[in-house]
Design a protein around this ligand. Structure first.
Ligand code: IPM
Ligand code: MG
Length: 360
């Protein structure tokens, strides 16, 4: 019996997770995978209920489950809180405490969406890359961190610290080479070696790690240039390996290659249970209106089946079902365009994918 912790969170999180959980249950039934679902509170919802973004019960639930299905956290209601007490802290603590250092963000264009992206068809056709983001180091967690008064009493100082150790770089680099080995065997390591000491170490360690993987073609790119190349020639990329903050930014940018941020799933992996979430946020402006695209979360469930439950055929069935529903012309508002397509809401999109998984 695989235990799945279901953390909807805030904004559109619970809506998209509801649909994704249904699809996971459907795939479980079709492929004979015994599953047990248990809900937990996190983020702003947890602040309101328990005064903290990651309550003890949720921690406990996540530490004993096999995988976590996560929605999104945050919203205007909690915007004035200091960073260490905000809803996002709940997610960051989970990543850190569960050691989820490897964040896989596949960016693959579904052919029916080729004209949905603001970019030209000839640039994005057949885009298929993987952003591998280091998830438990860098600016997000480095100490010192905080806002402190300056010595002369005039104003304050806001401090974040960008730290990476050899060990942290080595283990994510290895994952990068291993993923590349399963794909087109190209790895682009992204850094800011011309300015940052942490990037100098990053590049040295990646070059050293490459010796174990002689059949992978490695290149290095500065992050500002990478931001440009992603738009100019995205097909040159296979696996993009990068640190936490750069990966956060580049993956939102890469979402535009596939039409909408509502299409990008993610898997966060470490030594314990994996966490699966869409890369988008809680979208408070459309929360509760049945407008959010559940496909990013549904595709995250496919990753859950693949990486945590090692059930490739069930994962592939969900991806095929999403592809089929898009081919039949169904679109949520974020990917809708005038023409021969049918506008649907969150729940109907979920239902269509369920039906398609059932039929196979
Ligand atoms: C993401 C998100 C998170 C991040 C936020 C919600 C803390 O933007 O997963 O990309 O910055 O990592
Ligand atoms: Mg982000």
């Amino acid at each position: 019996m695989a235990r799945i912790a279901v953390l909807g969170g805030d904004g559109v999180g619970p809506e998209v997770v509801r649909e994704a959980a249904k699809i996971l249950a459907t795939a479980g039934a079709r492929f004979g995978i015994p599953l047990e679902f248990e809900e937990g509170v996190v983020g702003g919802a947890a602040i309101d209920k328990h005064g903290t973004p990651l309550p003890q019960e949720t921690r406990q639930l996540c530490s004993v489950c096999d995988a976590i299905l996560f929605g999104a956290v945050g919203g205007p209601k909690w915007d004035s809180l200091p960073v260490d007490r905000r809803p996002e802290r709940g997610l960051l603590l989970l990543r850190k405490e569960l050691g989820l250092y490897a964040n896989l963000r596949p960016v693959k264009l579904f052919a029916p969406l080729v004209d949905t992206s603001p970019l030209k068809r000839e640039i994005i056709e057949e885009v298929d890359l993987m952003v591998l983001r280091e998830l438990t180091g860098g600016l997000y967690f480095g100490e010192p961190k905080g806002i402190v008064p300056v010595e002369n009493g005039k104003g304050k100082r806001g401090v974040d610290t960008l730290i990476y150790t050899t060990h942290e770089i080595e283990r994510i680099a290895r994952i990068g080479f291993q993923i590349a080995a399963q794909r087109r065997k190209r790895l682009t390591s992204v850094d800011k070696v011309n300015v940052l000491a942490s990037s100098q170490l990053w590049r040295q360690v990646v070059i050293e790690a490459a010796k174990e993987f002689p059949d992978i073609e490695l290149d290095h790119m500065l992050v500002d240039n990478c931001a440009m190349q992603l738009i100019r020639d995205p097909r040159r990329f296979d696996v993009v390996l990068t640190e936490n903050t750069f990966g956060d930014i580049l993956s939102d940018e890469a979402a535009m290659l596939v039409g909408s941020i509502g299409m990008l799933p993610s898997a966060s992996l470490g030594d314990g249970p994996g966490l699966y979430e869409p890369i988008h946020g809680s979208a408070p402006d459309i929360a509760g209106q049945d407008k959010a695209n559940p496909l990013a979360t549904i595709l995250s469930v496919a990753m859950l089946l693949r990486h945590s439950l090692h059930h490739e055929s069930a994962a592939a069935a969900i991806e095929a079902a999403v592809s089929q529903v898009l081919e039949r012309g169904y679109r949520t508002p974020d990917i809708w365009q005038p023409g021969p397509t049918v506008l649907v809401g969150t729940a109907q999109m979920g239902e269509l994918v369920v039906e398609s998984v059932v039929k196979g």
